[in-house]
Design a protein around this ligand. Structure first.
Ligand SMILES: Nc1ncnc2c1ncn2[C@@H]1O[C@H](COP(=O)(O)OP(=O)(O)OP(=O)(O)O)[C@@H](O)[C@H]1O
Length: 284
């Protein structure tokens, strides 16, 4: 079974894929000579600057270039930002899957990493799209082959983030979103540090969170109790995250919008602000 899985390529990618972002320019040019030659007697006398209103545009630009002492580059002043890794986590039942399903629709250019899991597939889920459903033996063989960036035993089932998918998509310039439980987020923080963006998703109140789990109708009484008591404990980890998104009852779209704003703001950060550029992540 595991051989079939590996031979048929571990990564079941959602197709068709949107076009990847445009590749970055390889050079970054900036007019460095600006005023450094002022007073240099060897410099040829600058072309007189014609009237700003009446002159022809290219004539004016040539005269300005000549006065400045360098030509104006049409390359972007700031190269395209590096691909971003966004880690979405939060207690059970807060709406992580629901949020990601909605984000998928609004941001088709993001790659959503398909987590491998040994838990049974829920009726609404599609193998290879929502999760990669594997047996326990298959999962453990993948562990032996060091195929996971992070994996954990969550409520009796294994879940793991396949490395190769992240490498492949980041190499093509895609931003990637990972969905992990709280222990997974802690491990990923150690592996990725500040080069990934960690988002903690929470419900507005405990009662909302419990109601969502009950209404989802996927748990036994026992597993419901474990999830609820774990969730209370997990709320303490919120301070280790970069952002908190509250998924208020009936307002999933607001949570999606906030997450999109976070992604946009992270992409717009000045290059020096973030730590190591995300696409230089050492995923071994
Ligand atoms: N804002 C919301 N208001 C009401 N119900 C919601 C909201 N967001 C999600 N839900 C519902 O809450 C239930 C739990 O959501 P979901 O399965 O996405 O949680 P999860 O965090 O992925 O849980 P788990 O970690 O256990 O897989 C689902 O039935 C989902 O449709």
């Amino acid at each position: 079974m595991i051989r079939r899985l590996l031979n048929s390529s571990l990564i079941h990618l959602p197709l068709p894929l949107p076009p990847p972002p445009k590749p970055k320019p390889t050079t970054f040019s900036f007019p460095l000579q600006t005023f450094s030659h002022m007073g240099d007697t060897r410099r040829p006398s600058p072309t007189p600057i014609p009237s700003l209103q009446q002159s022809n545009r290219s004539e004016l630009l040539r005269a300005l270039e000549s006065s400045i002492g360098s030509s104006f580059s049409s390359q972007p002043l700031i190269p395209n930002p590096n691909p971003l890794v966004i880690v979405i986590s939060g207690p059970s039942g807060v709406g992580k899957d629901a949020l990601i399903t909605n984000l998928r629709n609004s941001r088709p250019s993001i790659h959503f990493v398909v987590t491998a899991t040994t838990r049974p597939r829920r009726p609404s889920e599609i193998d290879g799209k929502d999760y990669l459903f594997v047996s326990k033996d298959e999962f453990l063989q993948m562990v032996d082959k060091d195929e996971f960036l992070e994996y954990a035993l969550v409520y009796g089932d294994y879940k793991g983030v396949p490395k190769q998918q992240i490498r492949d998509f980041m190499a093509k310039g895609y931003d990637v979103v990972l969905r992990v439980d709280i222990q997974g987020a802690q491990t990923l923080r150690k592996v990725l540090g500040k080069s990934a963006v960690f988002v903690f998703l929470m419900a507005e109140s405990e009662v909302d969170m419990v109601e969502r789990l009950v209404d989802r109708n996927t748990e036994t009484k026992e597993s419901l109790l474990v999830r609820i008591s774990t969730a209370k404990e997990e709320m303490k980890h919120v301070r280790n995250f970069d952002y908190v998104v509250v998924n208020a009852k009936g307002k999933l779209e607001n949570a999606v919008k906030l997450l999109e704003s976070i992604i946009d703001a992270e992409k717009a950060k000045a290059p020096k602000v973030r730590g190591a550029p995300a696409n230089t992540l050492a995923i071994k």
